[in-house]
Write a protein that binds this ligand. Structure first.
Ligand SMILES: [Zn+2]
Ligand SMILES: [Zn+2]
Length: 228
């Protein structure tokens, strides 16, 4: 039985998603469809923020994250590795922890050195790392949500460019935007006061969270009409 544990790494989670959803993702969904599915659930989470509905935000963030990881599998991106390269316990822009972009009025991207000894091992540790770089106490949940929506748009734009050009340079932008998406998703979870790994582990204790099979046997209609 495939499952996610509260101590799973992001790479473990990516493998889990491949085992459970790899087959139906390949058969049913193009890259563009995959992006639409991430957008569906990110925007539902935004609705949860607008309505102050914590459960709605939580569930939709988890499902958005699962679709996002499915897209990482489709594109063969090792997202844990990419997140670490972009955020090596430092802000991706000012290279400080906590981020000092505003305080130091940083105008150009600073080069960060990477100390692999500090690399978080589990998904939960990555979330803690993001709370140290970008403390939830310095922003509101609304602000974190708006930032995530912004990143969603940036991924869409990078994918649009890549689908047109099919150039490695454009693909690198997709990868960077995807790392930023993880940062902002964990930012929303930090602002909400939830442990994303723990919540995903609760939702996915045995295979697909709806049909409980691996590979998932939900029909195309079940998937596209899933309400949360
Ligand atoms: Zn910064
Ligand atoms: Zn299923």
């Amino acid at each position: 039985m495939a499952s996610v544990k509260p101590t799973s790494s992001i790479q473990d989670y990516q493998k889990f998603v491949q085992e459970v959803y790899g087959l139906s993702n390949s058969r049913y969904f193009s890259l563009q469809d995959m992006l639409t599915n991430i957008e569906r659930f990110v925007t539902r989470a935004m609705k949860g923020i607008r309505k102050g509905d914590k459960e709605k935000i939580k569930l939709n963030m988890m499902i958005a994250m699962s679709w996002f990881i499915s897209m990482m599998n489709q594109l063969h991106i090792d997202i844990e590795e990419e997140v670490w390269k972009r955020f090596p316990y430092k802000c991706s822009y000012c290279a400080h922890c906590p981020c000092a972009c505003k305080a130091k009025k940083i105008q150009t991207r600073q080069k960060a050195t990477i100390d692999n000894k500090k690399r978080p091992k589990t998904m939960a540790q990555f979330q803690e790392m993001f709370n140290e770089i970008y403390p939830a106490t310095t922003r509101t949940l609304d602000h974190a949500g708006v930032h995530l929506a912004e990143e969603m748009g940036e991924i869409a734009e990078a994918i649009l460019v890549y689908r047109g050009s099919h150039l490695n340079e454009s693909f690198k932008d997709v990868v960077l935007e995807c790392a930023d998406f993880v940062s902002c998703s964990m930012g929303v979870c930090n602002s909400l006061g939830i442990n994303l790994a723990k919540e995903i582990a609760k939702e996915f204790p045995d295979n697909c969270h709806v049909c409980h099979k691996a590979p998932c046997e939900c029909t195309f209609t079940d998937i596209v009409q899933f309400k949360s």
